[in-house]
Unconditional design. Structure first.
Length: 255
Protein backbone atom coordinates (compact mmCIF):
# COMPACT_ATOMS: atom_id res chain seq x y z
CA UNK A 1 0.00 0.00 0.00
CA UNK A 2 1.37 3.39 -0.97
CA UNK A 3 1.81 6.40 1.33
CA UNK A 4 -1.31 8.15 2.65
CA UNK A 5 -2.44 11.13 0.57
CA UNK A 6 -1.02 14.46 1.71
CA UNK A 7 -4.46 15.96 2.36
CA UNK A 8 -5.15 13.30 5.00
CA UNK A 9 -2.05 14.35 6.91
CA UNK A 10 -3.21 17.99 6.67
CA UNK A 11 -6.64 17.06 8.01
CA UNK A 12 -5.06 15.07 10.84
CA UNK A 13 -2.82 18.00 11.80
CA UNK A 14 -5.78 20.39 11.69
CA UNK A 15 -7.86 18.09 13.91
CA UNK A 16 -4.98 17.77 16.36
CA UNK A 17 -4.51 21.54 16.46
CA UNK A 18 -8.19 22.10 17.16
CA UNK A 19 -8.27 19.40 19.83
CA UNK A 20 -5.53 21.24 21.76
CA UNK A 21 -7.72 24.33 22.11
CA UNK A 22 -8.78 24.89 25.74
CA UNK A 23 -12.35 24.02 26.63
CA UNK A 24 -14.40 27.05 27.61
CA UNK A 25 -14.84 26.89 31.37
CA UNK A 26 -18.34 27.06 32.82
CA UNK A 27 -17.17 29.72 35.27
CA UNK A 28 -15.89 32.04 32.54
CA UNK A 29 -19.03 31.55 30.48
CA UNK A 30 -21.23 32.27 33.49
CA UNK A 31 -19.36 35.50 34.16
CA UNK A 32 -19.79 36.53 30.54
CA UNK A 33 -23.52 35.84 30.66
CA UNK A 34 -23.80 37.86 33.86
CA UNK A 35 -22.00 40.75 32.17
CA UNK A 36 -24.37 40.52 29.20
CA UNK A 37 -27.41 40.26 31.45
CA UNK A 38 -28.61 37.22 29.50
CA UNK A 39 -28.30 33.51 30.31
CA UNK A 40 -28.58 31.37 27.22
CA UNK A 41 -31.34 28.79 27.04
CA UNK A 42 -29.36 27.27 24.16
CA UNK A 43 -25.67 27.29 25.17
CA UNK A 44 -24.63 26.21 21.69
CA UNK A 45 -25.53 29.71 20.45
CA UNK A 46 -23.10 31.24 22.95
CA UNK A 47 -20.33 28.79 22.04
CA UNK A 48 -20.78 29.45 18.34
CA UNK A 49 -20.67 33.22 18.88
CA UNK A 50 -17.20 32.81 20.40
CA UNK A 51 -15.89 30.57 17.61
CA UNK A 52 -13.68 32.12 14.94
CA UNK A 53 -13.77 30.70 11.42
CA UNK A 54 -10.20 29.42 11.81
CA UNK A 55 -11.43 26.98 14.48
CA UNK A 56 -13.87 25.06 12.31
CA UNK A 57 -17.00 25.05 10.19
CA UNK A 58 -19.39 25.98 13.01
CA UNK A 59 -18.03 29.52 13.31
CA UNK A 60 -19.65 32.84 14.20
CA UNK A 61 -19.83 34.71 10.88
CA UNK A 62 -23.56 34.12 10.32
CA UNK A 63 -24.27 35.26 13.87
CA UNK A 64 -22.09 38.30 13.24
CA UNK A 65 -24.23 39.14 10.19
CA UNK A 66 -27.39 38.84 12.28
CA UNK A 67 -25.93 40.74 15.21
CA UNK A 68 -24.85 43.64 13.02
CA UNK A 69 -28.47 44.24 11.97
CA UNK A 70 -29.85 43.84 15.50
CA UNK A 71 -27.17 46.11 16.94
CA UNK A 72 -27.93 48.87 14.45
CA UNK A 73 -31.65 48.70 15.23
CA UNK A 74 -31.15 48.68 18.99
CA UNK A 75 -28.62 51.54 18.91
CA UNK A 76 -30.98 53.51 16.66
CA UNK A 77 -33.78 53.09 19.20
CA UNK A 78 -31.57 54.11 22.12
CA UNK A 79 -30.30 57.20 20.30
CA UNK A 80 -33.83 58.13 19.21
CA UNK A 81 -34.95 58.11 22.85
CA UNK A 82 -31.84 59.84 24.24
CA UNK A 83 -31.52 62.72 21.74
CA UNK A 84 -35.13 63.69 21.09
CA UNK A 85 -34.30 66.98 19.39
CA UNK A 86 -31.63 65.69 17.00
CA UNK A 87 -32.14 65.28 13.28
CA UNK A 88 -31.65 62.16 11.17
CA UNK A 89 -28.17 63.13 10.02
CA UNK A 90 -26.81 63.57 13.54
CA UNK A 91 -28.42 60.35 14.74
CA UNK A 92 -27.00 58.43 11.77
CA UNK A 93 -23.48 59.72 12.41
CA UNK A 94 -23.78 58.99 16.13
CA UNK A 95 -24.88 55.43 15.36
CA UNK A 96 -21.94 54.98 12.98
CA UNK A 97 -19.60 56.09 15.77
CA UNK A 98 -21.07 53.65 18.29
CA UNK A 99 -21.10 50.58 16.03
CA UNK A 100 -17.66 51.10 14.46
CA UNK A 101 -14.93 48.54 15.07
CA UNK A 102 -13.06 50.61 17.67
CA UNK A 103 -16.18 51.02 19.82
CA UNK A 104 -17.03 47.31 19.61
CA UNK A 105 -13.42 46.44 20.41
CA UNK A 106 -13.68 48.45 23.62
CA UNK A 107 -16.88 46.59 24.53
CA UNK A 108 -15.11 43.27 23.91
CA UNK A 109 -12.27 44.29 26.22
CA UNK A 110 -14.73 45.26 28.94
CA UNK A 111 -16.34 41.81 28.61
CA UNK A 112 -12.89 40.18 28.73
CA UNK A 113 -13.60 38.12 25.63
CA UNK A 114 -9.96 37.43 24.75
CA UNK A 115 -9.54 34.13 26.67
CA UNK A 116 -13.00 32.96 25.60
CA UNK A 117 -12.43 33.07 21.84
CA UNK A 118 -12.08 29.71 20.11
CA UNK A 119 -9.29 30.03 17.56
CA UNK A 120 -7.07 27.66 15.62
CA UNK A 121 -3.58 27.17 17.02
CA UNK A 122 -2.13 29.23 14.19
CA UNK A 123 -4.53 32.13 14.73
CA UNK A 124 -3.99 32.00 18.48
CA UNK A 125 -0.20 32.05 18.09
CA UNK A 126 -0.55 34.99 15.72
CA UNK A 127 -2.29 37.05 18.41
CA UNK A 128 -5.82 36.60 17.08
CA UNK A 129 -7.35 36.92 20.53
CA UNK A 130 -5.99 40.47 20.75
CA UNK A 131 -6.98 41.53 17.23
CA UNK A 132 -9.54 44.33 17.28
CA UNK A 133 -11.45 43.07 14.25
CA UNK A 134 -11.89 39.56 15.69
CA UNK A 135 -13.01 40.91 19.06
CA UNK A 136 -15.43 43.39 17.48
CA UNK A 137 -16.91 40.63 15.31
CA UNK A 138 -17.41 38.48 18.42
CA UNK A 139 -19.43 41.25 20.09
CA UNK A 140 -21.76 41.40 17.08
CA UNK A 141 -21.99 37.60 17.09
CA UNK A 142 -22.96 37.61 20.77
CA UNK A 143 -25.77 40.06 20.04
CA UNK A 144 -26.90 37.89 17.14
CA UNK A 145 -26.74 34.80 19.36
CA UNK A 146 -28.90 36.52 21.98
CA UNK A 147 -31.48 37.42 19.33
CA UNK A 148 -31.50 33.82 18.13
CA UNK A 149 -31.75 32.51 21.68
CA UNK A 150 -34.52 34.74 23.02
CA UNK A 151 -35.67 37.32 20.47
CA UNK A 152 -35.29 41.04 19.91
CA UNK A 153 -36.28 42.27 23.38
CA UNK A 154 -33.55 40.19 25.01
CA UNK A 155 -31.00 41.40 22.45
CA UNK A 156 -32.12 45.01 22.97
CA UNK A 157 -31.57 44.62 26.72
CA UNK A 158 -28.05 43.34 26.10
CA UNK A 159 -27.25 46.27 23.78
CA UNK A 160 -28.71 48.70 26.31
CA UNK A 161 -26.58 47.14 29.04
CA UNK A 162 -23.41 47.38 26.93
CA UNK A 163 -23.98 50.85 25.44
CA UNK A 164 -26.53 52.51 27.72
CA UNK A 165 -24.09 54.39 29.95
CA UNK A 166 -22.05 55.60 26.98
CA UNK A 167 -25.18 56.89 25.25
CA UNK A 168 -26.55 58.48 28.42
CA UNK A 169 -23.32 60.42 28.91
CA UNK A 170 -22.71 60.86 25.18
CA UNK A 171 -21.38 63.91 23.41
CA UNK A 172 -23.42 64.10 20.22
CA UNK A 173 -21.29 66.91 18.80
CA UNK A 174 -18.12 64.81 19.09
CA UNK A 175 -19.82 61.70 17.71
CA UNK A 176 -21.24 63.50 14.69
CA UNK A 177 -18.02 65.09 13.48
CA UNK A 178 -17.84 64.59 9.73
CA UNK A 179 -15.50 61.93 8.35
CA UNK A 180 -13.10 64.33 6.59
CA UNK A 181 -12.52 66.25 9.81
CA UNK A 182 -12.15 63.06 11.82
CA UNK A 183 -9.61 61.66 9.35
CA UNK A 184 -7.58 64.87 9.24
CA UNK A 185 -7.45 65.08 13.04
CA UNK A 186 -6.47 61.40 13.28
CA UNK A 187 -3.61 61.96 10.83
CA UNK A 188 -2.44 65.20 12.41
CA UNK A 189 -2.35 63.56 15.85
CA UNK A 190 0.18 61.12 14.38
CA UNK A 191 2.10 63.85 12.52
CA UNK A 192 1.07 62.51 9.12
CA UNK A 193 0.31 64.62 6.05
CA UNK A 194 -3.25 65.69 5.33
CA UNK A 195 -5.16 63.52 2.83
CA UNK A 196 -5.53 64.30 -0.86
CA UNK A 197 -8.89 63.88 -2.62
CA UNK A 198 -9.36 63.56 -6.35
CA UNK A 199 -12.28 62.70 -8.59
CA UNK A 200 -11.67 59.32 -10.21
CA UNK A 201 -14.84 59.22 -12.32
CA UNK A 202 -18.34 60.59 -12.78
CA UNK A 203 -21.33 58.62 -14.01
CA UNK A 204 -24.78 59.56 -15.23
CA UNK A 205 -26.45 62.65 -16.62
CA UNK A 206 -25.67 66.11 -15.29
CA UNK A 207 -28.81 66.26 -13.14
CA UNK A 208 -28.24 62.79 -11.62
CA UNK A 209 -24.52 62.26 -11.46
CA UNK A 210 -22.64 59.84 -9.23
CA UNK A 211 -19.12 60.84 -8.24
CA UNK A 212 -16.25 58.50 -7.47
CA UNK A 213 -13.56 60.08 -5.31
CA UNK A 214 -10.22 58.61 -4.25
CA UNK A 215 -8.66 59.58 -0.94
CA UNK A 216 -4.87 59.20 -0.73
CA UNK A 217 -2.82 59.17 2.47
CA UNK A 218 0.92 58.64 2.94
CA UNK A 219 1.29 56.08 5.72
CA UNK A 220 4.17 56.14 8.27
CA UNK A 221 6.28 53.76 6.15
CA UNK A 222 5.99 56.02 3.12
CA UNK A 223 3.56 53.88 1.17
CA UNK A 224 0.52 55.57 -0.37
CA UNK A 225 -2.82 54.20 0.87
CA UNK A 226 -5.97 54.72 -1.19
CA UNK A 227 -9.66 54.44 -0.42
CA UNK A 228 -12.60 55.14 -2.70
CA UNK A 229 -16.04 56.57 -2.06
CA UNK A 230 -19.14 57.23 -4.12
CA UNK A 231 -21.84 59.84 -3.72
CA UNK A 232 -24.42 61.96 -5.48
CA UNK A 233 -22.18 64.98 -4.94
CA UNK A 234 -18.45 65.49 -4.77
CA UNK A 235 -18.70 66.35 -1.10
CA UNK A 236 -20.63 63.21 -0.16
CA UNK A 237 -18.20 61.08 -2.17
CA UNK A 238 -15.26 62.70 -0.37
CA UNK A 239 -16.92 62.01 2.98
CA UNK A 240 -17.40 58.36 2.09
CA UNK A 241 -13.80 58.05 0.88
CA UNK A 242 -12.59 59.66 4.11
CA UNK A 243 -14.74 57.30 6.16
CA UNK A 244 -13.30 54.31 4.33
CA UNK A 245 -9.75 55.62 4.73
CA UNK A 246 -10.17 56.29 8.45
CA UNK A 247 -11.43 52.74 8.93
CA UNK A 248 -8.45 51.34 7.03
CA UNK A 249 -5.95 53.42 8.99
CA UNK A 250 -7.50 52.53 12.35
CA UNK A 251 -7.57 48.83 11.44
CA UNK A 252 -3.94 48.92 10.32
CA UNK A 253 -2.84 50.67 13.50
CA UNK A 254 -4.57 48.06 15.69
CA UNK A 255 -3.34 45.02 13.72
Amino acid sequence: MGPAPRHRHCEARRAAAISRQPTLSADRLNRLQQALGHHFAHPEHLQRALTHRSFGAAHNERLEFLGDAVLNLAISALLFERFMGSDEGDLTRARAHLVREDSLHQVALSLELQPLLRLSDGEARGGGAQRASILADAVEALIGATFLDAGYEAAHRVVSRLFGEVIAAGDLERWTKDAKTALQEWLQARKLAVPIYRIAATHGLAHAQTFEVVCEVVAPGGQVCRAQGQGRSRRSAEQEAARQMLGLMQEASSA
